[in-house]
Design a protein around this ligand. Structure first.
Ligand SMILES: [Zn+2]
Length: 296
């Protein structure tokens, strides 16, 4: 068999003048198993055109799909890496290096500033591919930077979450990022700026238990898994069968945890509308902001 694939096939392809066909031209939808051509997938923002399944996308794609052209990515301050010199089957330092090489990122969050349909905004996006989007000191640092930038630029903060929770390899340091990110997003609120959280699949653990549930507006993508502990753990603890669709975006919307479930194709327009509504000055406020000059 080997001589066919290694010798005969390339020969035939050379005679036919055919070039090697990359094997990632077609993607299989994990929900409905249909094949999707890669160009169609890009055009549909990685939502299956057959069943509407929202596939996981990278932090860079999130930013590109949300902000207008000409946005700028922010250089993030360095955080202490591997404070505990942690090791399980492998050293945490090695895992971190591997994730950095694979993603080209320092840690699991990208921060950028620009505009959403003309409205100034700061956006931060989690990269689930980077150690499950887990929140350690680096992610905490990124969110603090994003919040400070929003305040400095007098712009709303939009955070796209996709995380398995706290980064256990950083132990207590990762847990400290929970109050830290809460304080950071509180700064945005105190400055009177909107803080919007867009929850992607999955948003769980320490991220759900901190800043992600404290947004002014909570949006999620269809069928996104959002929760604190896993369904199996809860089932074993309460010894009860959990209802259908438990911890899914639609269930949480029906139970008041979310404000809206929005299709990825409409996310940008929805965010632009929200920002414009929240930032619109009411006539009374305008009058207070610009008092008439007293007569001399
Ligand atoms: Zn599908």
């Amino acid at each position: 068999m080997n001589w066919i694939s290694e010798w005969a096939l390339p020969k035939i392809q050379t005679w036919l003048g055919r070039t090697e066909v990359p094997d990632n031209l077609w993607h299989q939808c994990p929900a409905c198993n249909q094949m999707i051509f890669h160009k169609d997938l890009e055009r549909s923002l990685h939502v299956c055109p057959h069943c509407g399944h929202h596939m996981r996308i990278s932090a860079a794609q999130r930013i590109a799909y949300t902000l207008d052209e000409g946005f700028q990515r922010i250089e993030l301050p360095k955080a202490p890496t591997d404070p505990l010199r942690f090791r399980d089957q492998r050293r945490y330092a090695d895992r971190l290096k591997e994730a950095q090489a694979k993603s080209g990122m320092d840690d699991a969050v990208v921060v950028a500033h620009g505009a959403i349909e003309g409205h100034r905004a700061v956006a931060a996006a989690f990269e689930f591919g980077f150690m499950g989007g887990s929140m350690g000191a680096g992610v905490g640092e990124a969110l603090v930077t994003a919040a400070k930038l929003a305040v400095l630029q007098d712009a709303p903060l939009v955070v796209f979450t996709a995380s398995g929770g706290a980064r256990m390899q950083e132990g207590a340091v990762s847990l400290m990022q929970m109050p830290r990110t809460v304080i950071a997003t509180q700064m945005v609120k105190e400055a009177g700026l909107p803080f919007i959280v867009v929850m992607g699949d999955p948003t769980t653990g320490g991220v759900t238990a901190s800043f992600a549930m404290l947004g002014d507006i909570h949006i999620a993508e269809p069928n996104a898994l959002i929760g604190f502990a896993g369904a199996r753990v809860i089932e074993q603890t309460v010894r009860e069968k959990l209802p259908e669709g438990f911890q899914r975006a639609e269930y949480l919307l029906a139970h008041g945890i979310l404000d809206m479930v929005t299709h990825r194709g409409e996310m940008r327009a929805t965010l632009a509308r929200l920002v414009s509504l929240l930032r619109e000055k009411r006539p009374a406020e305008v009058a207070v902001a610009a008092p008439e000059a007293p007569a001399a």
